[in-house]
Write a protein that binds this ligand. Structure first.
Ligand code: AHR
Length: 492
C-alpha cells in the first residue's frame, strides 16, 4: 500500500490559472480549419470562429492563448493581417509546409477569438525578421487609446477601444528558427527591442517574456539572466517529449510497453530540467522577480501516415493524457516560480486537445486531463507527498505515482494523481493532516495505454465517476487503476 500525505496547513504558492494555457500557431490546421473557418463557412461559427471548438475550450477552462507562433512568429508581419480582407497580403508559410498564408486571421481576429473564449491573449512579436519599429507599432496599435498613427489605423479598421494585451514575447526560439542567435547576442537584442514595447496605460502593463532555453541549454538561461534580467517579467523554456529521438520520434498510436514508459519518462524529465533552470535563475534573481514560463511543451510524435509532414498532425492516446497529467502536476508543484505554460498546440497540431475533420470535432484524452485539472486554477498549492516505486527506462526513472494537491478559498482540497504503470493497480492510503473529512468525490480517466478517440468513436477515452475508494476519518483509501488519472475532491 502506498502512503499519500496532504498537509492543508502547509500552504505553498498560488497556482496561476495561466499554467493551463494553450498555444496556437499558423501551422497546418490549427488556426485555419481548427479555430477559424471564416464568416462565410458552412461550419457553424461566430464571426468566423468555430462554435464547437470555442465551446469545448471554454468548458475546459482555457485561461490564456499564445499566438501567432512558434517559428511562424519570427516571419510574421502583423500589418499584413489587418484591414479589408481582399487587401491582405498573401505569403508563403515557409516553416510549415510551404503553403499560402492569406492572412485572413490577424490581430483583430485573434482578439475576437480571445473575447469569445474569455481568455487572456499572449502574443509573440517578430525579432528574427522584423524591425524594432514594427514591433513597437504593433504594441501601439493594440494598446494605445489616444490619438496616434497606429491607434488611428486601428480605429480605421473598425476597433475604437484598445485591447488589453496581457503577455507579449520578444521573439520565439531565437536560438533556432527565430534567428540562430547566441545567447549574449539575443540578450542584447532583447534589451533593445523590449525598450520600445511601451506601456500606454496603467491599466495595461504589458508582461514581457524573453525567449528562454531549449530544454537543457542551461548556458542560455545563465546568459539571459546575467545580461537581461532587469528587462523581463518571464523567461520562456521550451521542452518537447520525444519517445526516441528527433530523427525517429515514433508513432502516436502504435507503441509497445517499453515505448510507453520511455515516453512518460521523457515527459517526467521536465521536473529536473525546470529545477536546474530555476537554480540558475535564483542565483541572479534571489527575490524571484522573474517568472519561468513554459510556453511550448507536450509530445511530439511522427505525423499520422498520409498527412502533410509540415502540418504536424498527430493522434493522441491515453499515453498523451498521462503525459499531460504528469506535466501539469509538475507545473503545479513549481507554481512558486512558474506563471504560465502553453501546451503545443490547441487543435490539429502536436499534442492537441481537439481534432477536427470538416465540420466534425473530436476531443482527445489530453482534453479530459486539462478539464479534470481545471479545479486547481487559482487555488493554493498544498504540501503533499506520495510514496512510489520508480520504473527504469531508456529515458531515465519514472515514478509510478505522481500527484499534486491544492486548496480553494472554501477549504475544499483537490488532488490529482496519475498511475503510470501500464499493468498494475496501486493501493493508496491518503491522509490529510488535522482533518476531519466530510465527503470525497472522484473522477477518473483510464483506458488501455494506446486507446484514442476517433471521429467514429468519440468516447473511447473519456472521464467517468470513480468509486473504487472508501472514505476514512482523515482521508481515503483508493485503488488507483493502471494507466489512469484520478481527481479527488475532498470536503472537510
Ligand atoms: O510547435 C511547433 C514548433 O516547435 C514551433 O513553431 C517552434 O517554436 C518549436 O520548435
Amino acid at each position: 500500500m502506498e502512503k499519500y500525505l496532504i498537509n492543508p496547513n502547509q500552504k505553498m504558492s498560488k497556482i496561476c490559472k495561466d499554467i493551463y494555457g494553450n498555444f496556437s500557431e499558423h501551422l497546418g490546421r490549427c488556426i485555419y480549419e481548427g479555430l477559424f473557418v471564416g464568416k462565410d463557412s458552412e461550419i457553424p461559427n461566430v464571426n468566423g470562429m468555430r462554435k464547437d471548438v470555442v465551446e469545448a475550450l471554454k468548458d475546459m477552462g482555457l485561461p490564456v492563448l499564445r499566438w501567432p507562433g512558434g517559428c511562424f512568429a519570427d516571419e510574421y508581419h502583423w500589418k499584413d493581417g489587418i484591414g479589408p480582407l481582399e487587401n491582405r497580403k498573401k505569403m508563403i508559410n515557409t516553416h510549415w509546409g510551404g503553403v499560402t498564408e492569406d492572412n485572413s486571421f490577424g490581430t483583430h481576429e485573434f482578439f475576437e477569438l480571445c473575447e469569445q473564449l474569455g481568455c487572456d491573449p499572449y502574443i509573440t512579436g517578430n525579432v528574427g525578421s522584423g524591425t524594432v519599429q514594427e514591433m513597437s507599432e504593433w504594441v501601439e496599435y493594440m494598446t494605445f487609446g489616444g490619438e496616434s498613427p497606429m491607434a488611428n489605423l486601428r480605429r480605421q479598421n473598425g476597433r475604437e477601444e484598445p485591447w488589453k494585451l496581457t503577455y507579449f514575447a520578444v521573439g520565439n526560439e531565437n536560438w533556432g528558427c527565430g534567428g540562430c542567435m547566441d545567447p549574449v547576442f539575443y540578450a542584447n537584442t532583447y534589451r533593445r527591442y523590449q525598450t520600445y514595447v511601451r506601456n500606454y496605460s496603467n491599466d495595461n502593463r504589458v508582461y514581457k517574456v524573453a525567449c528562454g532555453p531549449n530544454a537543457e541549454d542551461y548556458n542560455w538561461t545563465e546568459e539571459l539572466m546575467k545580461n537581461a534580467r532587469w528587462h523581463m517579467n518571464g523567461l520562456a523554456l521550451h521542452y518537447y517529449t520525444i519517445t526516441h529521438d528527433w530523427g525517429h520520434k515514433g508513432s502516436a498510436t502504435e507503441f509497445d510497453e517499453k515505448e510507453y514508459y520511455d515516453c512518460l519518462a521523457a515527459a517526467y524529465k521536465i521536473d529536473s530540467i525546470i529545477s536546474r533552470h530555476l537554480e540558475i535563475m535564483n542565483r541572479y534573481d534571489p527575490d524571484k522577480r522573474v517568472d519561468l514560463i513554459v510556453d511550448e511543451w507536450g509530445t511530439w510524435h511522427d505525423v499520422e501516415p498520409g498527412t502533410n509532414p509540415g502540418f504536424l498532425y498527430q493522434q493522441n492516446t491515453m499515453r498523451d493524457a498521462i503525459v499531460a497529467a504528469l506535466s501539469l502536476n509538475i507545473f503545479n508543484k513549481h507554481s512558486d516560480r512558474i506563471r504560465m505554460c502553453n501546451i503545443a498546440q490547441t487543435i490539429n497540431v502536436l499534442q492537441s486537445v481537439a481534432l477536427t475533420d470538416g465540420a466534425d470535432m473530436v476531443l482527445t484524452p489530453t482534453y479530459y486531463t486539462f478539464k479534470m485539472f481545471k479545479d486547481h486554477q487559482e487555488n493554493t498549492l498544498l504540501g503533499s507527498y506520495i510514496t512510489s516505486e520508480n520504473i527504469d527506462t531508456a529515458k531515465g526513472k519514472l515514478p509510478t505515482l505522481c500527484e499534486s494537491a491544492s486548496i480553494d478559498e472554501n477549504g475544499v482540497v483537490y488532488s490529482t494523481i496519475t498511475n503510470t504503470s501500464a499493468t498494475e493497480m496501486k493501493e493508496v492510503l491518503c491522509q490529510l493532516a488535522d482533518t476531519q473529512v466530510k465527503s470525497v468525490k472522484a473522477e477518473i480517466l483510464t483506458a488501455k495505454m494506446d486507446a484514442f478517440n476517433t471521429f467514429d468513436s468519440k468516447d473511447a477515452v473519456k472521464t467517468a465517476e470513480f468509486t473504487d475508494f472508501e472514505v476514512t476519518a482523515d482521508g481515503f483509501k483508493a485503488n488507483i487503476p493502471a494507466c489512469s488519472v484520478v481527481k479527488f475532491v475532498i470536503e472537510r
